[in-house]
Design a binder for this molecule. Sequence first.
Ligand SMILES: *Cc1c(COP(=O)(O)O)cnc(C)c1O
Length: 426
Amino acid sequence: MHQPAIPHLALADPDIAGLVEAEARRQFEKVRLIASENYVSPAVLEATGTVLTNKYSEGYPGRRYYEGQQNVDPVELLAVDRAKALFGVEHANVQPYSGAPANLAVYLAFAQPGDTIMGMALPMGGHLTHGWSVSASGKWFNAVRYSVRADGPDAGRADLDEVRELALKERPKLIFCGGTAIPRTIDFPAFAEIARESGAVLVADVAHIAGLIAGGAHPSPVGYADVISTTTHKTLRGPRGAMLMSTAEHATAIDKAVFPGLQGGPHDHTTAAIAVALREASTSEFSAYAHQIVANAKALAEALLERGFDLVSGGTDNHLILVDLTGKGVAGKPAARALDRAGIELNYNTVPFDPRKPFDPSGVRLGTAAITTRGLTPELMPRIADWIDQAVQAAAKEDDAALDGIAAQVRELLAAYPMPGWAQTP
Ligand SMILES: *Cc1c(COP(=O)(O)O)cnc(C)c1O
Protein backbone atom coordinates (compact mmCIF):
# COMPACT_ATOMS: atom_id res chain seq x y z
CA MET A 1 0.00 0.00 0.00
CA HIS A 2 1.14 3.53 -0.79
CA GLN A 3 2.66 5.37 2.20
CA PRO A 4 1.33 7.80 3.31
CA ALA A 5 -2.06 6.17 2.72
CA ILE A 6 -4.35 7.83 0.16
CA PRO A 7 -7.91 7.11 1.43
CA HIS A 8 -9.42 10.40 0.19
CA LEU A 9 -7.98 9.94 -3.25
CA ALA A 10 -9.27 6.37 -3.34
CA LEU A 11 -12.80 7.64 -2.61
CA ALA A 12 -12.75 10.71 -4.82
CA ASP A 13 -10.96 9.25 -7.82
CA PRO A 14 -10.54 5.48 -7.82
CA ASP A 15 -8.99 5.60 -11.30
CA ILE A 16 -6.07 7.75 -10.27
CA ALA A 17 -5.76 6.11 -6.85
CA GLY A 18 -5.58 2.72 -8.52
CA LEU A 19 -2.80 3.88 -10.80
CA VAL A 20 -0.86 5.41 -7.88
CA GLU A 21 -1.15 2.14 -5.96
CA ALA A 22 -0.05 0.19 -9.02
CA GLU A 23 2.92 2.50 -9.50
CA ALA A 24 3.97 2.10 -5.86
CA ARG A 25 3.86 -1.67 -6.26
CA ARG A 26 5.78 -1.46 -9.52
CA GLN A 27 8.49 0.60 -7.83
CA PHE A 28 8.62 -2.00 -5.04
CA GLU A 29 8.99 -4.97 -7.38
CA LYS A 30 11.58 -3.65 -9.83
CA VAL A 31 15.32 -3.22 -9.64
CA ARG A 32 15.20 0.45 -10.56
CA LEU A 33 18.40 1.35 -12.38
CA ILE A 34 17.31 4.52 -14.19
CA ALA A 35 20.26 6.77 -13.37
CA SER A 36 18.17 9.91 -12.82
CA GLU A 37 15.64 8.32 -10.46
CA ASN A 38 15.48 7.59 -6.76
CA TYR A 39 13.08 6.94 -3.88
CA VAL A 40 12.35 10.02 -1.74
CA SER A 41 11.81 9.68 1.99
CA PRO A 42 8.32 9.60 3.53
CA ALA A 43 9.06 13.07 4.96
CA VAL A 44 9.79 14.49 1.50
CA LEU A 45 6.64 12.80 0.15
CA GLU A 46 4.55 14.30 2.94
CA ALA A 47 5.95 17.79 2.36
CA THR A 48 5.00 17.68 -1.33
CA GLY A 49 1.42 16.77 -0.40
CA THR A 50 0.68 19.71 1.90
CA VAL A 51 -1.51 22.85 1.81
CA LEU A 52 1.53 24.81 0.66
CA THR A 53 0.31 23.90 -2.83
CA ASN A 54 -2.58 26.36 -2.24
CA LYS A 55 -0.34 29.42 -1.95
CA TYR A 56 0.85 32.05 -4.41
CA SER A 57 4.11 33.77 -3.57
CA GLU A 58 5.58 35.46 -6.65
CA GLY A 59 8.77 37.24 -5.68
CA TYR A 60 11.33 36.37 -3.02
CA PRO A 61 11.13 36.24 0.79
CA GLY A 62 10.40 39.76 2.10
CA ARG A 63 9.66 41.03 -1.45
CA ARG A 64 6.46 39.29 -2.55
CA TYR A 65 3.61 40.42 -4.76
CA TYR A 66 0.95 38.62 -2.68
CA GLU A 67 -0.05 38.87 0.98
CA GLY A 68 -0.07 36.01 3.49
CA GLN A 69 3.58 34.96 3.31
CA GLN A 70 4.00 34.53 7.10
CA ASN A 71 4.79 30.83 6.70
CA VAL A 72 5.96 30.57 3.12
CA ASP A 73 8.78 33.10 3.57
CA PRO A 74 10.43 31.10 6.37
CA VAL A 75 9.99 27.89 4.35
CA GLU A 76 11.89 29.35 1.39
CA LEU A 77 14.52 30.95 3.65
CA LEU A 78 15.15 27.56 5.29
CA ALA A 79 15.57 25.93 1.90
CA VAL A 80 17.96 28.67 0.73
CA ASP A 81 20.01 28.63 3.94
CA ARG A 82 20.27 24.84 3.90
CA ALA A 83 21.39 24.84 0.27
CA LYS A 84 24.04 27.46 1.02
CA ALA A 85 25.32 25.56 4.04
CA LEU A 86 25.27 22.10 2.41
CA PHE A 87 27.07 23.11 -0.78
CA GLY A 88 29.10 25.98 0.67
CA VAL A 89 27.84 28.57 -1.81
CA GLU A 90 27.21 32.30 -1.43
CA HIS A 91 23.86 32.32 -3.16
CA ALA A 92 21.05 29.84 -3.82
CA ASN A 93 17.76 30.14 -5.69
CA VAL A 94 15.40 27.25 -4.98
CA GLN A 95 12.53 28.32 -7.25
CA PRO A 96 13.29 26.77 -10.68
CA TYR A 97 10.53 24.32 -11.54
CA SER A 98 12.96 21.71 -12.84
CA GLY A 99 16.39 21.29 -14.38
CA ALA A 100 15.52 22.42 -17.91
CA PRO A 101 13.86 25.70 -16.78
CA ALA A 102 16.81 26.29 -14.41
CA ASN A 103 19.19 26.11 -17.35
CA LEU A 104 16.95 28.36 -19.44
CA ALA A 105 17.16 30.91 -16.62
CA VAL A 106 20.97 30.72 -16.82
CA TYR A 107 20.83 31.60 -20.53
CA LEU A 108 18.45 34.46 -19.77
CA ALA A 109 20.83 35.77 -17.11
CA PHE A 110 24.03 35.70 -19.14
CA ALA A 111 23.34 35.56 -22.89
CA GLN A 112 21.37 37.21 -25.69
CA PRO A 113 19.69 35.29 -28.50
CA GLY A 114 22.29 34.53 -31.16
CA ASP A 115 25.20 34.50 -28.70
CA THR A 116 27.64 31.62 -28.74
CA ILE A 117 27.30 29.03 -25.98
CA MET A 118 29.09 25.73 -25.48
CA GLY A 119 28.29 22.37 -23.94
CA MET A 120 28.89 18.66 -24.31
CA ALA A 121 27.02 17.19 -27.30
CA LEU A 122 23.92 15.20 -26.32
CA PRO A 123 25.08 11.93 -27.97
CA MET A 124 28.37 12.24 -26.03
CA GLY A 125 26.62 12.45 -22.66
CA GLY A 126 25.60 16.12 -22.49
CA HIS A 127 22.07 17.34 -21.79
CA LEU A 128 19.50 18.62 -24.31
CA THR A 129 19.59 22.04 -22.64
CA HIS A 130 23.35 22.42 -23.20
CA GLY A 131 22.82 23.51 -26.81
CA TRP A 132 21.31 20.50 -28.58
CA SER A 133 19.53 21.44 -31.82
CA VAL A 134 15.95 20.50 -30.85
CA SER A 135 16.09 22.43 -27.56
CA ALA A 136 15.54 26.19 -27.14
CA SER A 137 19.22 26.36 -26.18
CA GLY A 138 20.17 25.08 -29.63
CA LYS A 139 17.54 27.07 -31.53
CA TRP A 140 18.10 30.48 -29.93
CA PHE A 141 21.88 30.40 -29.51
CA ASN A 142 24.88 29.56 -31.63
CA ALA A 143 25.66 26.29 -29.89
CA VAL A 144 29.15 24.84 -30.06
CA ARG A 145 29.45 21.25 -28.85
CA TYR A 146 32.39 19.29 -27.51
CA SER A 147 32.86 15.53 -27.45
CA VAL A 148 34.55 12.74 -25.55
CA ARG A 149 37.78 11.14 -26.71
CA ALA A 150 37.26 8.44 -29.32
CA ASP A 151 40.29 6.31 -28.44
CA GLY A 152 43.42 6.06 -26.33
CA PRO A 153 43.61 5.52 -22.58
CA ASP A 154 41.04 8.29 -21.97
CA ALA A 155 38.49 7.01 -24.50
CA GLY A 156 34.96 7.93 -23.46
CA ARG A 157 36.14 10.82 -21.25
CA ALA A 158 35.55 14.53 -21.97
CA ASP A 159 38.10 15.81 -24.49
CA LEU A 160 39.49 18.82 -22.63
CA ASP A 161 41.93 19.66 -25.43
CA GLU A 162 38.96 20.04 -27.75
CA VAL A 163 37.09 22.08 -25.10
CA ARG A 164 40.04 24.51 -24.86
CA GLU A 165 40.52 24.75 -28.63
CA LEU A 166 36.82 25.38 -29.27
CA ALA A 167 36.50 27.86 -26.41
CA LEU A 168 39.48 29.95 -27.56
CA LYS A 169 38.27 29.91 -31.16
CA GLU A 170 34.55 30.48 -30.59
CA ARG A 171 34.66 32.63 -27.39
CA PRO A 172 31.34 31.39 -25.96
CA LYS A 173 29.47 33.49 -23.38
CA LEU A 174 28.71 30.34 -21.39
CA ILE A 175 30.42 26.99 -21.04
CA PHE A 176 28.41 24.11 -19.56
CA CYS A 177 30.16 21.18 -17.96
CA GLY A 178 28.31 18.14 -16.67
CA GLY A 179 25.67 16.08 -18.39
CA THR A 180 23.30 13.19 -18.29
CA ALA A 181 25.38 10.15 -19.26
CA ILE A 182 28.84 10.87 -17.85
CA PRO A 183 30.29 7.93 -15.88
CA ARG A 184 33.48 9.75 -14.87
CA THR A 185 34.52 12.52 -12.46
CA ILE A 186 34.10 16.00 -13.94
CA ASP A 187 37.34 17.98 -13.86
CA PHE A 188 35.97 21.30 -12.58
CA PRO A 189 39.42 22.95 -12.14
CA ALA A 190 40.30 22.22 -15.79
CA PHE A 191 37.00 23.61 -17.06
CA ALA A 192 37.44 26.70 -14.83
CA GLU A 193 40.86 27.38 -16.32
CA ILE A 194 39.48 27.13 -19.86
CA ALA A 195 36.54 29.39 -18.98
CA ARG A 196 38.93 31.97 -17.52
CA GLU A 197 41.23 31.86 -20.54
CA SER A 198 38.33 32.31 -22.94
CA GLY A 199 36.33 34.82 -20.88
CA ALA A 200 33.27 32.58 -20.48
CA VAL A 201 30.95 32.10 -17.53
CA LEU A 202 31.33 28.49 -16.35
CA VAL A 203 28.13 26.64 -15.49
CA ALA A 204 28.46 23.30 -13.70
CA ASP A 205 25.25 21.34 -14.29
CA VAL A 206 25.50 18.77 -11.53
CA ALA A 207 21.91 17.48 -11.80
CA HIS A 208 23.02 13.86 -11.74
CA ILE A 209 25.75 14.09 -9.10
CA ALA A 210 24.44 16.72 -6.66
CA GLY A 211 23.86 14.08 -3.97
CA LEU A 212 27.35 12.67 -4.46
CA ILE A 213 28.80 16.18 -4.09
CA ALA A 214 26.70 16.87 -0.99
CA GLY A 215 27.86 13.60 0.53
CA GLY A 216 31.50 14.13 -0.35
CA ALA A 217 31.64 11.30 -2.93
CA HIS A 218 32.43 13.57 -5.91
CA PRO A 219 34.57 16.77 -5.98
CA SER A 220 32.62 20.01 -5.63
CA PRO A 221 32.45 22.67 -8.36
CA VAL A 222 32.36 25.40 -5.69
CA GLY A 223 35.26 27.79 -6.18
CA TYR A 224 35.52 26.78 -9.86
CA ALA A 225 32.11 27.28 -11.47
CA ASP A 226 30.47 30.72 -11.57
CA VAL A 227 27.04 29.11 -11.58
CA ILE A 228 25.93 25.68 -10.39
CA SER A 229 22.70 24.26 -11.75
CA THR A 230 21.13 21.15 -10.29
CA THR A 231 17.93 19.21 -10.14
CA THR A 232 16.87 18.13 -6.68
CA HIS A 233 15.38 14.72 -7.51
CA LYS A 234 18.26 12.56 -8.73
CA THR A 235 21.07 11.52 -6.38
CA LEU A 236 20.11 14.41 -4.07
CA ARG A 237 16.91 12.45 -3.35
CA GLY A 238 14.49 15.36 -3.06
CA PRO A 239 11.25 16.26 -4.84
CA ARG A 240 11.19 17.08 -8.56
CA GLY A 241 12.65 20.56 -8.71
CA ALA A 242 15.88 22.44 -9.22
CA MET A 243 18.24 25.01 -7.74
CA LEU A 244 20.67 27.55 -9.10
CA MET A 245 23.66 28.41 -6.95
CA SER A 246 26.34 31.02 -7.54
CA THR A 247 28.83 33.45 -6.15
CA ALA A 248 27.36 36.63 -4.63
CA GLU A 249 28.43 38.48 -7.79
CA HIS A 250 25.84 36.71 -9.93
CA ALA A 251 23.04 36.51 -7.34
CA THR A 252 20.90 39.34 -8.73
CA ALA A 253 21.23 38.22 -12.34
CA ILE A 254 20.17 34.68 -11.42
CA ASP A 255 17.24 35.75 -9.26
CA LYS A 256 15.91 38.21 -11.87
CA ALA A 257 16.18 35.57 -14.58
CA VAL A 258 14.17 32.98 -12.61
CA PHE A 259 11.55 35.54 -11.55
CA PRO A 260 10.24 37.64 -13.23
CA GLY A 261 12.34 36.62 -16.24
CA LEU A 262 11.07 33.11 -16.77
CA GLN A 263 8.65 31.89 -14.12
CA GLY A 264 5.61 32.97 -12.17
CA GLY A 265 4.81 31.75 -8.67
CA PRO A 266 7.19 29.27 -7.08
CA HIS A 267 5.83 25.84 -6.10
CA ASP A 268 5.92 26.30 -2.34
CA HIS A 269 5.10 22.65 -1.55
CA THR A 270 8.12 21.67 -3.62
CA THR A 271 10.26 24.31 -1.90
CA ALA A 272 9.29 22.79 1.46
CA ALA A 273 10.19 19.32 0.24
CA ILE A 274 13.52 20.61 -1.09
CA ALA A 275 14.22 22.06 2.37
CA VAL A 276 13.46 18.65 3.93
CA ALA A 277 15.70 16.85 1.43
CA LEU A 278 18.55 19.30 2.05
CA ARG A 279 18.26 18.70 5.79
CA GLU A 280 18.43 14.95 5.17
CA ALA A 281 21.39 15.43 2.84
CA SER A 282 23.38 17.21 5.54
CA THR A 283 23.48 14.14 7.82
CA SER A 284 26.30 11.63 8.18
CA GLU A 285 23.82 8.92 7.09
CA PHE A 286 23.45 10.68 3.76
CA SER A 287 27.20 10.95 3.33
CA ALA A 288 27.43 7.18 3.88
CA TYR A 289 24.61 6.76 1.37
CA ALA A 290 26.47 8.82 -1.27
CA HIS A 291 29.61 6.72 -0.85
CA GLN A 292 27.56 3.52 -0.97
CA ILE A 293 26.00 4.61 -4.29
CA VAL A 294 29.51 4.78 -5.77
CA ALA A 295 30.58 1.49 -4.16
CA ASN A 296 27.52 -0.20 -5.67
CA ALA A 297 28.16 1.32 -9.10
CA LYS A 298 31.81 0.20 -9.07
CA ALA A 299 30.82 -3.31 -7.98
CA LEU A 300 28.11 -3.50 -10.66
CA ALA A 301 30.53 -2.20 -13.33
CA GLU A 302 33.12 -4.78 -12.30
CA ALA A 303 30.55 -7.59 -12.42
CA LEU A 304 29.33 -6.47 -15.87
CA LEU A 305 32.92 -6.33 -17.20
CA GLU A 306 33.47 -9.88 -15.92
CA ARG A 307 30.45 -10.95 -17.95
CA GLY A 308 31.86 -9.47 -21.16
CA PHE A 309 29.95 -6.17 -21.23
CA ASP A 310 31.59 -3.20 -22.94
CA LEU A 311 31.41 -0.13 -20.68
CA VAL A 312 31.98 3.38 -22.04
CA SER A 313 35.24 4.67 -20.52
CA GLY A 314 35.81 1.18 -19.11
CA GLY A 315 33.96 1.71 -15.82
CA THR A 316 32.62 4.38 -13.49
CA ASP A 317 33.66 6.92 -10.85
CA ASN A 318 30.14 7.85 -9.84
CA HIS A 319 26.60 6.39 -9.80
CA LEU A 320 26.32 5.86 -13.55
CA ILE A 321 27.29 3.13 -16.02
CA LEU A 322 26.95 3.42 -19.79
CA VAL A 323 26.94 0.07 -21.60
CA ASP A 324 27.61 -0.43 -25.32
CA LEU A 325 25.64 -3.56 -26.26
CA THR A 326 27.00 -3.86 -29.81
CA GLY A 327 29.14 -6.89 -28.91
CA LYS A 328 26.14 -8.62 -27.28
CA GLY A 329 24.24 -8.69 -30.55
CA VAL A 330 21.25 -6.70 -29.35
CA ALA A 331 20.40 -2.97 -29.61
CA GLY A 332 19.64 -0.74 -26.64
CA LYS A 333 15.91 -0.45 -27.12
CA PRO A 334 14.96 -4.16 -27.34
CA ALA A 335 17.40 -4.85 -24.49
CA ALA A 336 15.82 -2.19 -22.28
CA ARG A 337 12.34 -3.54 -23.05
CA ALA A 338 13.40 -7.10 -22.26
CA LEU A 339 15.12 -6.03 -19.05
CA ASP A 340 11.97 -4.24 -17.93
CA ARG A 341 9.99 -7.45 -18.42
CA ALA A 342 12.70 -9.18 -16.37
CA GLY A 343 12.10 -6.72 -13.51
CA ILE A 344 15.16 -4.58 -14.21
CA GLU A 345 14.27 -1.04 -15.19
CA LEU A 346 16.71 1.16 -17.10
CA ASN A 347 16.77 3.28 -20.26
CA TYR A 348 18.20 2.84 -23.72
CA ASN A 349 20.85 5.44 -24.47
CA THR A 350 23.22 6.55 -27.21
CA VAL A 351 26.86 5.72 -26.68
CA PRO A 352 29.58 8.11 -27.91
CA PHE A 353 30.02 7.94 -31.72
CA ASP A 354 26.93 5.72 -31.90
CA PRO A 355 26.37 4.50 -35.46
CA ARG A 356 22.68 3.92 -34.68
CA LYS A 357 19.84 6.50 -34.37
CA PRO A 358 19.07 8.28 -31.03
CA PHE A 359 15.61 6.66 -30.89
CA ASP A 360 17.16 3.23 -31.47
CA PRO A 361 20.70 3.46 -30.08
CA SER A 362 23.39 0.93 -29.20
CA GLY A 363 23.49 1.28 -25.44
CA VAL A 364 21.75 1.29 -22.11
CA ARG A 365 22.36 3.56 -19.11
CA LEU A 366 22.28 2.35 -15.50
CA GLY A 367 22.55 4.07 -12.14
CA THR A 368 22.67 2.88 -8.55
CA ALA A 369 21.05 5.76 -6.60
CA ALA A 370 17.62 4.12 -6.19
CA ILE A 371 18.78 0.59 -5.37
CA THR A 372 21.19 2.02 -2.81
CA THR A 373 18.27 3.77 -1.11
CA ARG A 374 16.57 0.35 -0.95
CA GLY A 375 19.59 -0.92 0.97
CA LEU A 376 21.18 -3.11 -1.72
CA THR A 377 24.91 -3.59 -1.15
CA PRO A 378 27.96 -4.34 -3.36
CA GLU A 379 27.82 -8.12 -2.60
CA LEU A 380 24.49 -8.25 -4.46
CA MET A 381 25.79 -6.60 -7.63
CA PRO A 382 27.11 -9.83 -9.24
CA ARG A 383 23.60 -11.24 -8.91
CA ILE A 384 22.10 -8.22 -10.65
CA ALA A 385 24.80 -8.40 -13.34
CA ASP A 386 23.89 -12.08 -13.85
CA TRP A 387 20.24 -11.20 -14.33
CA ILE A 388 21.17 -8.40 -16.75
CA ASP A 389 23.37 -10.84 -18.68
CA GLN A 390 20.65 -13.52 -18.81
CA ALA A 391 18.01 -10.99 -19.83
CA VAL A 392 20.17 -9.55 -22.61
CA GLN A 393 20.75 -13.08 -23.92
CA ALA A 394 17.02 -13.78 -23.66
CA ALA A 395 16.34 -10.53 -25.55
CA ALA A 396 18.57 -11.67 -28.40
CA LYS A 397 16.58 -14.95 -28.53
CA GLU A 398 13.18 -13.30 -27.80
CA ASP A 399 12.72 -15.75 -24.93
CA ASP A 400 9.91 -14.20 -22.86
CA ALA A 401 9.61 -17.17 -20.51
CA ALA A 402 13.22 -16.66 -19.41
CA LEU A 403 12.50 -12.97 -18.78
CA ASP A 404 9.46 -13.79 -16.64
CA GLY A 405 11.57 -16.26 -14.67
CA ILE A 406 14.12 -13.56 -13.89
CA ALA A 407 11.35 -11.14 -12.85
CA ALA A 408 10.13 -13.67 -10.28
CA GLN A 409 13.64 -13.98 -8.81
CA VAL A 410 13.95 -10.17 -8.73
CA ARG A 411 10.67 -9.83 -6.81
CA GLU A 412 11.81 -12.46 -4.33
CA LEU A 413 15.09 -10.66 -3.62
CA LEU A 414 13.52 -7.21 -3.34
CA ALA A 415 10.82 -8.34 -0.91
CA ALA A 416 13.50 -8.12 1.79
CA TYR A 417 14.41 -4.50 0.96
CA PRO A 418 11.84 -1.96 2.11
CA MET A 419 10.93 0.99 -0.03
CA PRO A 420 9.99 4.43 1.34
CA GLY A 421 6.52 5.21 0.00
CA TRP A 422 5.25 1.63 0.18
CA ALA A 423 4.27 -0.68 3.00
CA GLN A 424 3.50 -4.30 2.35
CA THR A 425 0.08 -5.23 3.69
CA PRO A 426 -0.49 -8.73 5.03
C1 LIG B 1 18.08 15.75 -15.60
C2 LIG B 1 18.93 16.83 -16.12
C3 LIG B 1 18.41 18.09 -16.48
C4 LIG B 1 16.93 18.36 -16.62
O1 LIG B 1 16.16 18.22 -15.54
P1 LIG B 1 14.57 18.12 -15.67
O2 LIG B 1 14.15 18.23 -14.27
O3 LIG B 1 14.25 16.83 -16.33
O4 LIG B 1 14.11 19.29 -16.48
C5 LIG B 1 19.30 19.09 -16.83
N1 LIG B 1 20.61 18.86 -16.87
C6 LIG B 1 21.14 17.66 -16.58
C7 LIG B 1 22.61 17.47 -16.65
C8 LIG B 1 20.32 16.59 -16.22
O5 LIG B 1 20.85 15.41 -15.96
